[in-house]
Write a protein that binds this ligand. Sequence first.
Ligand SMILES: Nc1nc2c(ncn2[C@@H]2O[C@H](COP(=O)(O)OP(=O)(O)O)[C@@H](O)[C@H]2O)c(=O)[nH]1
Ligand SMILES: [Mg+2]
Length: 443
Amino acid sequence: MEEVLFDTLTEKLSETFRKITGRGVLTESDVRQAMRQVRRALLEADVNFRVAKDFIDRVTEKAVGERVLKSIDPGSQVIKIVNDGIVDLLGTEPSPPDLSGTPPIVYLLVGLQGSGKTTTAARLAWWLQKNRGRRVMLAACDLQRPAAVDQLEKVARDADAGFYALRDTTDPVAVLGGALDEAKLRGYDLVIADTAGRLHVDDALMEELERVSGAADPRETLLVLDGLSGQDAVTVAEEFQKRIGFTGAVITKMDGDSRGGAALSFRAVTGKPIRFIGTGEKVDGLEAMDPRRLAGRILGMGDVVGLVERAQEAFDMDEAVKLEKKLVSNTFTLDDFARELGRIRKLGSLSDLLGMLPKGMRPQGVEVDESQFTRMSAIIGSMTMREKLHPEIINGSRRKRIAMGSGTSVSDVNRLLREFGTMKKMMKRVKAGRGTGLQGLFR
Ligand SMILES: Nc1nc2c(ncn2[C@@H]2O[C@H](COP(=O)(O)OP(=O)(O)O)[C@@H](O)[C@H]2O)c(=O)[nH]1
Ligand SMILES: [Mg+2]
């Protein structure tokens, strides 16, 4: 999931928005132009056609006529509206699994072959043990292949979960019944049933699942969907919904090349929440789905939205305007630099901030050592005003004096002067990258 799902959306949007900066309101034609890009990105991500259309209609309606906020550019503002739309599409708030009822309760995992049921059983056990303190047992109800039982036994061991199988039966209902008895006896809170899948939805599979479900009265029936399968996942979900129903989904393989289409379409089509996303094959590769977080990853902009919000809080406009003038006229001094360091620290750590930037904007090879901040401030504090305004006069003997005065070394002073140069360059580049959200920081 570190991968950007909508790789080029941010780029395309920035291009579109470069043309629409500096007006009072977002006009209909501006918004429509931007939405064409968003729509293309959605379809490229293999989002269901109807879902994409509804989404675009809703977001367009919200964005047109919206007053452009003074402190951020219209591009960032539309990105935020798109982001909020995706958050809504994903359900707005996290939708945690239902753990109510007298233990042991049953979770049923259903889905096609290869979607990730068996690994999800183990990952979910791990998650529930770690985050909810539940004792979990896995029940081997996939009796299609003997190897399936062995696979579950192995992953149960990996997850430190209980395991139950009956090796001489072909009836999954008998297995689940046995598992429940055992779970009661040994004080388990929860039994997760791993079931058989097929390559396609077929009657035999559905009948088997209906029987298991009818016998166990599961608290949750979780449909496990392959995140790589895009719109196909939606078709599968509709068929399962018609036949046996489910309480939510687990979308797996979101760590790979998933473009997000399955995740974005699921809730709009089925009305059910995505409870978890799979982000790796190992036991810790499952995350509770958080719409805000997932939307950020899908838009591929890091947390630009959060950054814009925090920027608005931390920077007052007058200062920002003054700073921009200085940047433009190239009169940004070490004194300004010291003040900016203070302000950046107010926003959070510099490495956090860099991590929030979209991939393409992250400066390459910049290592951030937070203790440097303190040293930098001390060094600048030991300079004369003339030195701060004209760093080019800081020769060898001045460097020595400044190092002494700030309790640092000459090489620290050298580094600061070098980094000041880099910072000036960086800010110029940020300023040049309109429509990315970040320039809200420095306008
Ligand atoms: N990278 C990655 N691989 C996954 C994920 N979930 C499942 N897999 C892999 O997908 C394959 C099928 O998973 P499995 O649990 O056996 O599917 P089942 O047939 O539904 O039980 C296995 O190779 C898993 O390791 C995931 O979230 N990320
Ligand atoms: Mg399996």
